[in-house]
Design a protein around this ligand. Sequence first.
Ligand code: G6P
Length: 612
Amino acid sequence: MCGIVGYNGYDQAAPILLDGLEKLEYRGYDSSGLAVRNGKNEIEIVKAKGRLRILSEKTDGGNALAGSCGIGHTRWATHGEPSENNAHPHISDDKNVTGVHNGIIENYQELKEKLLRHNYRFYSDTDTEVAIKLIDYYMKKYSEGPVDSIARAMTRIRGSYALVVMFRDYPDEIFCARKDSPLIIGTKEGETFAASDVPAILKYTRTVYYIGNQQIARLGKGTAEFFDIDREPVEIEPKEVKWDAEAAEKGGFEHFMIKEIHEQPKAVRDTINSIVKGNSIEFGETGISDEIIQGIGRIIIVACGSAYHVGMAAQYVFEDLAKIPVRVELASEFRYRDPLLLKDDLVIVISQSGETADSLAALRLAKEEGIRTLGIINVVGSSIAREAEHVFYTLAGPEIAVATTKAYSAQLAAVYALAIQFAKVRGTIDQQKYEELLAELGTLPGKMEKILEDKERIQWFAAKYSNAKDMFFIGRGIDYAISMEGSLKMKEISYVHSEAYAAGELKHGTISLVENGTLVVGVCTQNRLFEKTRSNMVEVKSRGAYLMGLTSYGNYSIEDTADFTVYIPKTDQHFTTSLAIIPLQLLGYYLSVARGLNVDKPRNLAKSVTVE
Ligand code: G6P
């Protein structure tokens, strides 16, 4: 979950590294560090505990470190507490090898003992220091070069890693290796970049190489060569990144999160337009044919965090429209529970980053069992996108705020499209219904824009309740799925204890937590369930709750019960999540702002969870 940047060129490296790390700070932010090779061919290292800003101050924005080749790291601690000592880069005893790492080395203890027996000494608690010293060990043992030594270390290391390494005796080169952790290489005339994610280098180049699993790269100034673990050269074709560099900037908004909330209509529109052609859906490159759709007996959706909540909403939509049984599972549970998979299952993995370790492991498990897999992914070329049999790309663009908004919305649009097409192909809806649903899908972006126009009301409400301690979100069916995501947004960025409950389940325990002034949000977008949920709202109100109602225009009777009501435009009942989530995202956002918190980088969280 850490962020890595490398630069080899002719400009000053440190400011470029800091700039890249700033774009990657969403991946971890408890400490950071830089290593730059100076004019005397010595590697200088500076590290700092805390936010990147501290490292930047310590190095005068990078100006204090002269040199045009270097590596940087922003850390989310796994092995060893956040401290300057544990911060990367790490260096071998005689300064022969210096490197940064993202991932987890599972057998680091065993490797450390081996190195201790060979007189290596350790100054940190990290698994990274072990990896760096292991490379150094092989280099000396076999008197070989960097690629060979890295390859030898790779055969001994178990776990996941993206490693970017400099060698004292190879002044004009940087070396990289990866297994199961993200790493990309960018090149332009005379300059080469390495990074955990595209936004870090977007400002400099759009030519990107996606280095494969268990591959090694040698980066010169403007050149990149690749090798497999047997040290044989491999060819990787560069790809042109289409993301716009400005998309990774705040563009006048106070935070990335509010900018991304406003980008949701576009994310949904772009995702829909990529597959809806006139009156029909064409999955094109995803390779999902009618024949495949007809052969599917069950869908299993696997994901983490908000992507899991997309799955929760999707299950209602798929089952109702296409009449296919759906299971939704947390990837971290699925991967370890020996799931009973059937040969006509379709496993759908939903992930913004395409790098979430548990989701990737779940995908691999399904593939090992010979089950058809489909990834709904935002980041092109990410691990899940590369490994899934079919890929449906959401077109949300780069998402920087840790708490997802626009990627979540784009994922919802993708699952709606899938459900509609499945329903048509399997004959559970007729042509007229198909066209109606497609037409309604097309209206969602405009309706989302309408909701955003009215954001000040939510801002006012959030400011009024900024001291809330506990919050409950209740709903039934799709409204329960909406509640789960609303509640997650609240706790992620506002640190308010918040829980989502299936409204009918309240009486089995949770209602005992409701006391005078407890804030409860009742989500009532499903006409069929409106009265049921409203009666649950009455129950909590009579126990002192302060009630916010969230429903569609027209359901005005909610005001008899709710103290504060937010209305969303009417839409097909299957699609209400896309609209109802916006006020809840805004509520989380404005509450976080009112409490003076770091909205885009909430404590202890990272955007891309590449460790299990
Ligand atoms: C982290 C992020 C969440 C995200 C989840 C899954 O927890 O903070 O916003 O929903 O990971 O990430 P993925 O990239 O797989 O969608």
